[in-house]
Design a protein around this ligand. Structure first.
Ligand code: ADP
Length: 476
């Protein structure tokens, strides 16, 4: 039996700001299918976590986390959800704030979290064979696990969900926070700064990322955000495992968030579209092709390309809706677009899971022209709801969406290669011509219908990676 402890800063259904939460929520559940693996999860206990969950948590124990010159108390709570044990680390100073990220001391908050995880290992009865940490917020847990060996023979896996976010802080934090000898600075330092992601890449026994395409890309300076030298050094230990989605959760036949559930033989897109149009104040017309974007509003998502061409594209006979939160630059741009074209464009600047589902169920196209995309879940969810993805060929988008080819009748979406607004515009216009050609459109939807990205395959691959790390049994 391989005992795995997932360490992460978010996890569905408790706390989510993006795809990381979906992965940390789904993978332990999917690993349950494998009787040789037991996975548990450890998370910060944010105030933001709903009362509904807090009420079900049980106090487990308290511990003291020694931080350089001062101590912080951490309490550990547990919750059994769907037969997975979750541990939550509470701390009155770091996690009793609104939201999840965005504080000046985020680096310090998650260094604390990582230290608390290492401390917790001395207090919980679960002694993992493998600590599997996710993204920079959990990166220092990998480094500390390697240096301090809190559990004998424990190995580490680190998964990069997005290399852009690294958790970079002044080196002074090292002495301020860690009771470690200075020789350990080298593994955690990058360009004169303390770098949580680099610390994990240096120390992890295995490194994974969330698609094979991204695993290759991040060895290249264009995508590596400066970390290609270390990834090239660790290339033998680096693997790309494509994320899946929870097909039970994202099931338009049963999804309680959508207005009209599909039937196995009938996609109820038009019915859902009318409800959505009414909700968003767009003219009700079930035939009108509806293009949507659901995303964090950040540069990574290719929104500058959309900005360049939206005025032109919206002159077509289409509707456009965007759901997202993020940078003010994009929020005000899209707000302004929907003011200018109230009959054609809607902008919703909130995080709303229910509305997102209704949009996936109603739209004909999802636009995702990312500059880079480690895996991307939105396009996978779109495919589940028979919404055709239009993507830039990068990372996981390239691994999951193949461009429709009229000659062969193959392909489950549309794509373009260069990070160029004109290429995006051409592919949007091409998608529209296919939408208006009933035979082609039916063929494309057939292909979309066959696209399935479940967790089963991915969980199998992760289990294989854990097996590689398991110490050989001692034969007598
Ligand atoms: P990332 O992890 O970079 O944010 P992904 O495509 O991997 O991007 O995952 C994004 C997830 O968050 C998807 O499940 C998407 O539907 C959801 N999401 C993004 N923005 C919103 C929003 N404003 N409201 C609801 N869900 C959102």
């Amino acid at each position: 039996m391989n005992k795995i402890l997932f360490v992460a800063s978010e996890c569905t259904p408790f706390i989510k700001t993006g795809g990381l939460a979906d992965v940390v929520g789904s993978l332990p559940q999917a690993l349950k299918q494998n009787e040789h693996v037991e996975a548990r999860v450890i998370l910060p206990l944010y105030d933001e976590i709903d009362e509904k969950w807090r009420d079900q948590m049980e106090y487990y124990t308290a511990c003291t986390v020694e931080l350089g010159w001062r101590n912080q108390e951490a309490s550990i709570y547990t919750l059994n959800y769907n037969n997975i044990i979750y541990y939550f680390i509470s701390n009155d100073y770091y996690f009793t704030r609104k939201g999840v990220y965005g504080y000046y001391d985020d680096g310090e908050r998650f260094v604390f979290f990582s230290q608390a995880v290492i401390e917790a290992l001395a207090h919980i009865e679960f002694k993992p064979d493998i600590l599997h940490a996710h993204d920079w917020q959990a990166g220092m847990a990998v480094a500390l696990a390697k240096i301090m060996q809190p559990v004998e023979d424990m190995k580490t896996v680190f998964t990069i969900h997005n290399i852009k976010y690294q958790g970079i802080m002044p080196l002074a934090i090292f002495d301020d926070f860690f009771q470690l000898s200075r020789e350990h600075i080298a593994g955690m330092e990058w360009n004169g700064m303390l770098n949580c992601l680099k610390g994990a890449l240096f120390h992890a026994d295995k490194i994974t990322t969330v698609s094979p395409g991204y695993a290759e890309e991040i060895k290249d300076p264009y995508y590596s955000e400066g970390l290609h030298p270390i990834l090239l050094e660790r290339t033998d230990d680096l693997a790309g495992v494509l994320n899946g989605i929870d097909l039970k959760e994202y099931n338009p036949l049963t999804d309680p968030f959508i207005s009209v559930n599909y039937r196995s033989s009938r996609i109820k897109k038009k019915e859902n579209k009318i409800v959505l149009q009414e909700k968003l104040g767009l003219p009700k017309d079930s035939e009108k092709p509806l293009f949507i974007i659901i995303t964090r509003l950040v540069e990574q998502k290719g929104l500058h390309l959309v900005q360049h061409i939206l005025d032109e594209f919206i002159q077509e006979d289409v509707q456009f809706a965007i759901l997202g939160t993020g940078d003010e630059e994009f929020e005000s741009y899209f707000r302004e677009v929907s003011n200018r074209y109230p009959e054609k464009a809607a902008t919703i600047l909130t995080f709303d899971e229910g509305l997102a589902r209704q949009m996936y169920a109603s739209a004909d196209f999802l636009i995702m022209p990312s500059k880079f995309e480690p895996c991307g879940l939105a396009q996978l969810i779109a495919l589940q709801y028979k919404t055709v993805p239009i993507v830039r060929e990068t990372g996981g988008l390239k691994d999951t969406v193949s461009p429709y080819n009229e000659l062969s009748g193959e392909g489950n979406g549309f794509s373009f290669v260069n990070y160029n607004a004109h290429d995006l515009l051409s592919v949007l216009q091409y998608a529209l011509t296919i939408y208006n050609s009933p035979l082609e459109w039916q063929q494309l939807l057939k292909n979309v219908n066959k696209s399935r990205f479940s967790w089963i395959d991915s969980a199998h691959k992760y289990a294989g990676i854990y097996d590689q790390l398991k110490p050989e049994p001692i034969l007598i």
